[in-house]
Design a protein around this ligand. Structure first.
Ligand SMILES: Cc1cc2nc3c(=O)[nH]c(=O)nc-3n(C[C@H](O)[C@H](O)[C@H](O)COP(=O)(O)OP(=O)(O)OC[C@H]3O[C@@H](n4cnc5c(N)ncnc54)[C@H](O)[C@@H]3O)c2cc1C
Length: 314
């Protein structure tokens, strides 16, 4: 139901700016290649881009309809037994322990730094990739290409990507542009978070390197100059797992298969693996002997996506 709502239902119906094409250029602006994507490439489903907050709102609205969402609870530890699992949580605000929860099956979807994964595997912190990405949103008074194109320029040392994310503005022949600048960086140290603001000045010369390119009449630097808030993320990674099968516990999304932003695949992979795990959940009730078929298949597919995703920068 949630998958349908997000992939093809209410969310997609309001958003018709499905991507049709992607184009790749050198830093100097020389065209390298283009490919059709989504429906235009014959896929059964469209490729679309959306503002992360709107995507989240759609998920939250669908989850709230289920009336079974408990927020402000932080997973701390689990106890695994043959036929059940006991989970321990604390209140995220007060840090006070909450009553333990007993269940038959656990799906851990607590992201890149998953505590549940740590409890299962003890495989430590994710690995720094040596790259950072700076991202921003700017509005442009023109449309870029057909208004449905993802454009990328750069080389092995850095690249700039931009694509439209507002159907309303596209209808008005304007371009709400989501852009990203990915560059090589020493480990920045300190605690990583998702809201670290980054100034424009320190990125100016790197953005100038892509000055041969123009999207909706603006160079990458000019787009950044129009951007109110630039956020910087250090990029971390983990190696693909051989299996997501931990008996009555499994992992989902970045906890299972963290994705670097190069392929814009994270939001796709998480619901997709959720879909296969729904089948697993159903199967658990039916007969445990058959339940890990879809999970094993999903794990293999994720592994291929992950490796492809990593190769995109090399
Ligand atoms: C800089 C950057 C840009 C990206 N850009 C894109 C993009 O353009 N398109 C795309 O598709 N993907 C993108 N991705 C990847 C995408 O963000 C992830 O793949 C996706 O968010 C994974 O979803 P998730 O639900 O598995 O994990 P998350 O989105 O990380 O969610 C995990 C949740 O678990 C919660 N949590 C953590 N610890 C605990 C705990 N102990 N107890 C309870 N809850 C906990 C967190 O608060 C969070 O709500 C990007 C990633 C990065 C780093």
């Amino acid at each position: 139901m949630i998958y349908e709502a997000v992939a093809m239902g209410a969310f997609a119906a309001k958003r018709r700016n499905f991507h049709q094409c992607s184009g790749v250029f050198t830093p100097e602006g020389f065209f390298i290649a283009s490919e059709t994507v989504g429906l235009k490439a014959g896929s059964a489903h469209p490729q679309l881009s959306a503002h992360r907050a709107k995507f989240h709102s759609t998920l939250v609205a669908e989850c709230c309809r289920l009336d079974k969402v408990i927020l402000n609870s932080r997973f701390v530890q689990l106890e695994r037994h043959e036929d059940h699992v006991v989970l321990h949580f604390e209140n995220s605000t007060t840090k006070k322990s909450m009553a333990p929860v007993t269940c038959h099956f656990v799906v851990g979807a607590d992201g890149l730094k998953s505590r549940l994964r740590g409890a299962l595997l003890g495989d430590g912190d994710p690995r720094y990739t040596g790259r950072m990405i700076y991202r921003g949103l700017c509005e442009v008074d023109d449309i870029h290409a057909d208004g449905c194109t993802v454009s990328l320029c750069g080389d092995a040392t850095g690249n700039f990507i931009c694509y439209p994310i507002s159907e309303r503005l596209r209808q008005e022949k304007r371009f709400l542009c989501n852009w990203g600048l990915c560059v090589l960086r020493e480990h920045p140290g300190g605690e990583e978070n998702w809201t670290s603001e980054a100034g424009l000045e320190a990125r100016r010369s790197e953005l100038q390197n892509f000055g041969g390119n123009s999207f909706a009449g603006l160079t990458p630097l000019q787009m950044a100059e129009r951007t109110e808030k630039i956020i910087g993320w250090s990029l971390f990674d983990r190696d693909p797992l051989k299996s997501f099968d931990f008996g009555n516990v499994t992992l989902l999304g970045d906890a299972a298969h963290p994705l670097l932003p190069y392929g814009s695949q994270g939001a796709t992979q998480a619901p997709w693996s959720k879909w296969s795990k729904c089948h697993v959940n159903h199967a658990v009730k039916q007969a445990t002997a058959h339940c890990f078929g879809p999970l094993a298949l999903r794990c293999r597919q994720c592994r291929l996506s992950l490796l492809g995703n990593k190769e995109q920068v090399h």
